[in-house]
Design a binder for this molecule. Structure first.
Ligand SMILES: [Zn+2]
Length: 202
């Protein structure tokens, strides 16, 4: 893709839903392993579309892109679960956000905060229903899924289910062993002895 395309094609702003999808994917993209120059140009292009309101002077600049990614990831990580809050204070003001009932409530205090990536992302998120935005309970990945979905995908859901099954099985075995032990103790001592329970391992 040449520079000419950027100059001659007007930026088509991203629709909100598309933007959220792109942000979630971009926030978790391994940029250190992104080698194709075309992929970087695409990222710069999409950032420019997303941040239409600010001058994105050098979309191909990798340092800038990495900074933007870190800021976006931080916002999404802090707001990817219902009830999450985001708060950042600076000498010139404080910005905060709270996710409640699938909506983001953004607030500013005594701010003439610089317009930056975080503000644009917060303002964007405040327009979007966040029900589908979640954070995996197992691997911590940020994802877009169904309302109330707990895991990022089948792999994590299956692994969590298998873990829960093993735990249940283990405690059933422990329970059986304890009953046996109690029976033995009763026989040896007297029939009314109560055996203290071992502290449950966590
Ligand atoms: Zn996961």
């Amino acid at each position: 893709m040449s520079k000419g395309i950027h100059e001659t094609t007007p930026l088509r702003p991203m629709a909100d839903g598309e933007a959220l999808q792109w942000l979630v994917a971009f926030a978790q993209q391994d940029l250190d392993r992104t080698e194709s120059p075309g992929a970087w140009v695409d990222i710069g292009w999409n950032l420019a579309r997303l941040f239409n309101e600010v001058e994105w002077s050098a979309p191909e600049d990798r340092v800038q892109i990495k900074k933007a990614q870190a800021a976006i990831r931080s916002v999404l990580e802090k707001l990817s679960r219902e009830g999450d809050t985001y708060c950042e204070g600076a000498s010139i003001g404080t910005r905060s956000a709270e996710r409640k009932d699938g909506k983001l409530h953004v607030g500013y205090q005594s701010g003439h905060l610089e317009l930056n990536v975080v503000d644009i992302v917060l303002r964007l998120l405040a327009r979007i229903n966040l029900d589908r935005l979640g954070r995996c309970k197992r691997c911590e990945a940020i994802f877009l899924g169904e309302t109330g979905q707990l895991y990022c995908g089948k792999q994590c859901a299956n692994a969590a289910a298998a873990g829960a099954y093993r735990k249940r099985k283990r405690s059933a075995i422990n329970e059986k062993a304890r009953t046996e032990y109690e029976k033995q103790q009763r026989k040896q001592l007297n029939p009314n002895v109560r055996v203290g329970r071992k502290r449950k391992e966590t």
